[in-house]
Design a protein around this ligand. Structure first.
Ligand code: CDP
Length: 228
């Protein structure tokens, strides 16, 4: 349901490299603003999980595309967070496993995978206003939204955050793959403001993000209308 039924739905785009603090920031912003938080990375991770289940080599794009035509991907919401199931299954914590971390960039570089998931991502706006985090949200998914933040942090800070979370994840390798791919690479989108979270606490990063969004035209009590 819309948080503000008299106004069109709108999207806040949060992009950035791995472990930059986007998820935490997007979650806190969504909570603060009463919006649904959509984790687009979980969708790429879910497709990667399915390919690995099916013993498909993630670098074999023809096989991945063939699999894509056979599977049902459903994205919805539970409470104020997005959900994603493949053939009715939510892979849960497996999405953050080492093997998914190591293979998701290969899957997400396949244009047909992106096209399918971007359509699902855009469809959220038909139902509600959102904070969506990812790599191409401000550049490709919702290029016309005025609300765009590119979250960054020093590489050492990002690697430390990931291992603190108990994850095995070569963030620099994944960032290089995500930035160098041809389709929808990780970029600072036109109109995005960069927020470096290296020396921010969660609370101060949220405060800085609210300031940026206010400058971009978001009204705190009644968010300004915009479309995708
Ligand atoms: O949480 P973290 O930043 O480590 O990653 P994520 O947001 O879960 O995204 C996992 C992977 O999905 C990324 O490394 C990208 O390869 C891909 N991805 C993408 O290509 N486009 C998006 N909008 C979101 C994620």
């Amino acid at each position: 349901m819309s948080q503000n039924s008299s106004k069109p739905h709108f999207a806040i785009a949060i992009d950035g490299p791995a472990a930059s603090g986007k998820s935490t920031l997007a979650r806190e912003l969504a909570k603060r603003l009463g919006l649904v938080m959509v984790n687009s990375g979980a969708m790429y991770r879910a497709v990667t999980w399915k390919a690995l289940q099916e013993k498909i080599d993630p670098s074999d794009s023809a096989a991945v595309v063939a699999m894509l035509s056979q599977i049902r991907i459903e994205c919805g919401q539970s409470g104020m967070s997005s959900t994603c199931t493949i053939d009715g299954i939510d892979p849960g914590d497996e999405l953050r496993s080492e093997v998914i971390n190591a293979n998701v960039s290969a899957i997400s570089a396949i244009p047909e995978v992106r096209e399918r998931l971007v359509n699902l991502q855009r469809s959220y706006l038909e139902r509600t206003s959102i904070v969506m985090e990812g790599r191409d949200i401000g550049s490709v998914v919702f290029p016309d939204t005025p609300f765009k933040i590119y979250v960054d942090a020093d590489e050492e800070v990002r690697a430390a955050r990931r291992s603190l979370a108990g994850e095995v994840d070569s963030v620099s390798k994944r960032d290089a793959a995500d930035s160098e791919r041809v389709t929808a690479p990780l970029v600072v989108a036109n109109g995005a403001t960069i927020l470096d979270t290296s020396h921010h606490s969660i609370e101060s990063a949220v405060g800085a993000a609210i300031e940026i969004l206010t400058e971009q035209g978001l009204e705190s009590s009644q968010p300004s209308p915009t479309s995708k």
